[in-house]
Design a binder for this molecule. Structure first.
Ligand code: HEM
Length: 569
């Protein structure tokens, strides 16, 4: 037995240390092998699944030629006219075709028979979340427009997100008929202000009617949404609230490009991306200031009818309010929904009416019969009431037709299949995007007689937005029970017109939008006739100037002359 010595302990200590090292290296090797192989296994399985899905979709649907091996069709969807390109592809390839946006599989669908499935109205109970918002793949691009932290909003959140349900249910009362009726007064006020500005400006000086209409919408959403006036109609030459529309348009353009090319988020070295980021920051600073201003007023009263009031009162199941970032995201999305889409709709309608004197004559006759048209015998028109809106039958048809022919959300709306689903006779693999190109659906020659003609009359017929089943490639028998009945035995109807989307994720603000654009357009047309400015280059110039950036609008504004209707005989 060795004599007791401190060396012995040193030797034992060294041996233990080297054993520790050996064990650690061994453990590390085993663990990393397990982790790497499970990662590799999952990675390879994912690639295989992706390839199987790709092949399955390619077998079932035609596809346009790709212009990049890596990004697939992304390049096409980043072009300014991609909403029109989708129409062209629909004409060439049919009402269902396959595209690839980097790693995302997309089936473009404009077959009305399949709409009930895409919009989750037919096969599944609405709570099943089988067909959902494509948040992971795409709509995160929109989150960067509305929140500094990339927090989702009502538009981008998954249907399964408990906060989506909370917010959707919570803001719904802000859009109920009683609130919309109250909002009508704000539309009258804002449009009257615009009318005064246009009269002072005179008919010679052209006005960007798209910008002007967005200002009206901004004032309306300002009051209805946030209890605030942005004072944007005092002069059309002063930029509205730090030129928020320009920042918003550029921010939406950047977001729309990121949706088409998810890799763009990481292209910080590209000066164009950096420019987009500057606009995004500017827009978000305006909406953050708005949120802080509203919060500085203190807790909203129980009867505060504004959208902001509803959002600030919301509490989750544990009694917590929405986080500051989520509130910012919701304020921003309401701001966008309230100004951009409504403004473009008013402007497009005034433009299309200016190109169709026969339509304008019918509208003025309707306005005259209701006492709203100014003229030699009526220099001051009758004050419009909320109940008058339902009497504007022909004008409403003219607006509906402009929303068909110049769809504001022209590139369309998307869903994702969270599971493998059957879409008619087609098998749609899990994670595939189902994308409805709205401009293509609403101008398809297969669905609309004279699809490219501005014809408000088509909306005077009942059920004009529905399509009647025909013998079709989907495998449904024409007119059969399968095509006409839902599981609950109700008659299934097939929409071919859906400017506000459809299903449980349809536009939450449509009642406000309809009231706003109908009243504003009626009031403007009762005072002015609009003429397209020469600088637009006629209808060809307007078509060429379109720019799809989530919503479609003119890149450099829609310039028109507002000619006052003569009050002298
Ligand atoms: C002419 C005006 C408008 C048009 C054309 C329009 C169009 C749309 C479309 C196509 C969608 C997607 C629907 C879908 O995926 O099925 C949508 C969603 C939405 N819109 Fe609008 N919109 C308009 C006005 C408004 C207004 C005034 C607001 C709010 C003040 C608003 C707020 C929203 C929100 C929050 C969503 C997301 C709803 C959800 O996913 O739960 N929109 N809109």
């Amino acid at each position: 037995m060795p004599a007791f010595s401190s060396d012995w302990f040193v030797w034992k200590g060294e041996q233990a240390a080297s054993n520790d090292v050996i064990y650690s290296v061994l453990l590390f090797t085993i663990l990393s092998t397990v982790i790497i192989s499970s990662f590799m296994y999952r990675f390879i399985a994912r690639i295989l699944r992706w390839m199987l899905a790709h092949n399955l979709l390619k077998k079932q649907f035609p596809s346009p030629p790709v212009d990049s091996l890596l990004l697939g069709h992304s390049g096409q969807l980043q072009k300014p006219h991609h909403h029109r390109w989708l129409c062209e592809m629909t004409k060439q390839l049919g009402d269902k075709f396959y595209m690839r946006l980097a790693h995302n599989h997309v089936v473009m669908v404009s077959d009305p028979e399949l709409m009930p499935i895409v919009f989750d109205r037919a096969l599944y109970p609405p709570n099943a979340d089988v067909i959902d918002r494509p948040v992971d793949q795409m709509l995160h691009g929109l989150d960067v427009v509305t929140s500094n932290a990339g927090e989702p909003n009502l538009l981008s959140a998954k249907t399964g997100d408990p906060y989506w349900r909370l917010v959707r249910k919570g803001v719904a009362p802000a859009f109920n008929p009683q609130n919309i009726r109250q909002g009508f007064g704000h539309v009258l006020e804002a449009t009257s202000q615009l009318i005064q500005v246009l009269k002072q400006r005179g008919p010679e000086k052209a006005v960007d009617i798209d910008d002007a209409a967005q200002r009206v919408a901004l004032e309306v959403i300002g009051k209805v949404g946030f209890g605030k006036s942005f004072n944007s109609l005092a002069s059309l030459d002063a930029p509205a609230e730090q030129d928020v529309f320009k920042a918003l348009a550029a921010g939406l353009e950047e977001a729309s490009k990121r949706m088409a090319n998810p890799l763009r988020t990481y292209m910080f070295f590209d000066p164009e991306v950096e420019k987009g980021n500057v606009s995004l920051r500017k827009f978000k600073s305006v909406t953050m200031e708005l949120l802080e201003e509203v919060q500085a007023r203190g807790a909203p009263k129980e009867d505060d009818p504004t959208i902001a009031g509803h959002l600030l009162r919301l509490r989750d199941s544990e009694g917590r309010p929405l986080s500051q970032e989520r509130l910012h995201a919701e304020f921003s999305v309401m701001f966008i929904g309230g100004t951009d889409t409504t403004g473009h709709t008013i402007a497009n309608t005034l433009y299309l009416i200016s190109q169709h004197p026969e339509v304008e004559a019918k509208i003025t006759a309707e306005l005259d019969s209701l006492g709203f048209l100014v003229g030699p015998t009526r220099p001051v028109p009758k004050k419009m009431e909320y109940s008058d809106l339902s009497k504007l039958t022909y004008l409403s048809a003219a607006i509906k037709e402009s929303m068909r022919l110049m769809a504001v959300v022209g590139a369309g709306v998307a869903r994702v299949a969270n599971e493998q689903v059957k879409m008619g006779p087609y098998t749609i693999p899990k994670n595939t995007l189902l994308w409805v190109p709205l401009q293509a659906l609403q101008t398809s020659p297969a669905l609309w007689p004279q699809p490219d003609t501005y014809m408000p009359e088509r909306w005077l017929e009942e059920n004009a937005e529905y399509w009647t089943p025909q013998p079709s490639s989907t495998g449904y028998e024409a007119g059969s029970a399968a095509a006409r009945k839902t599981d609950s035995g109700k008659e299934q109807r097939f929409k071919k017109y859906m400017p506000f989307g459809d299903g449980m994720r349809a536009c939450v603000g449509q009642s406000l939008a309809k009231m706003n654009y109908t009243a504003a357009t009626a009031l403007l047309l009762s005072q002015f006739t609009f003429r397209l400015a020469d600088r637009m280059g006629g209808p060809e110039g307007v078509l060429a100037g379109e720019m799809a950036r989530i919503t479609v609008a003119q890149r450099d504004g829609l310039w028109m002359h507002a000619v006052p209707r003569s009050v002298t005989a």
